[in-house]
Design a protein. Sequence first.
Length: 220
Amino acid sequence: MANLSKAERIAFIDHRLQALYPQTLVPLDHRDPYTLLVAVLLSAQCTDERVNQVTPALFARADSPEQMVTLSVEEIRAIIRPCGLSPQKSKAIHRLSEMLLDLHDGEVPADLDALEQLPGVGHKTASVVMAQAFGMPTFPVDTHIHRLAQRWGLTRGRNVVETERDLKRAFPETRWNALHLQIIFYGREYCTARGCDGRVCDICRTCYPARKHPKRCHKA
């Protein structure tokens, strides 16, 4: 059986993911743009489940920039330690809270460039906040989406920047925000780093039935 063409792959992937995950609820518990921003920052190199275990204690102490700056960096670090990278993350949370107060009247700006100027907030984090807090079309790409996009023949990108560009070209803008989460959900459930090598899960097998060897992926 022949492999699907790129257009056929795009159509199948889009249909399959919508069928599997019609509801794309943000997996990080949050109350507003600020708590989402902090939660996404904490999720770097940490599972969403662990973040959701940590944030209730943090947000009970401080769930706004005004409250967060009253805590010391050491107090923040003690609470978020289970998330890993706590020295860097605690400093970033405290400093970005100060900057939100100084530069944005205590509000999280609905502006990608302004978000990327905040400490600890890279392009992916800013894109997630823009998509999930403000409904702006973005396509945040992490290492997992980068891997799946390569397995599914949606990109030849050697990094997340190139993969984001290719995914935005492949799918309509109206699908970007949901697809970002749907691909993550599918990758966690079916197309894991070790559980699928490009020949195991339903999407990989359907898109590439003639694939005989594991798909080698460029790391982000």
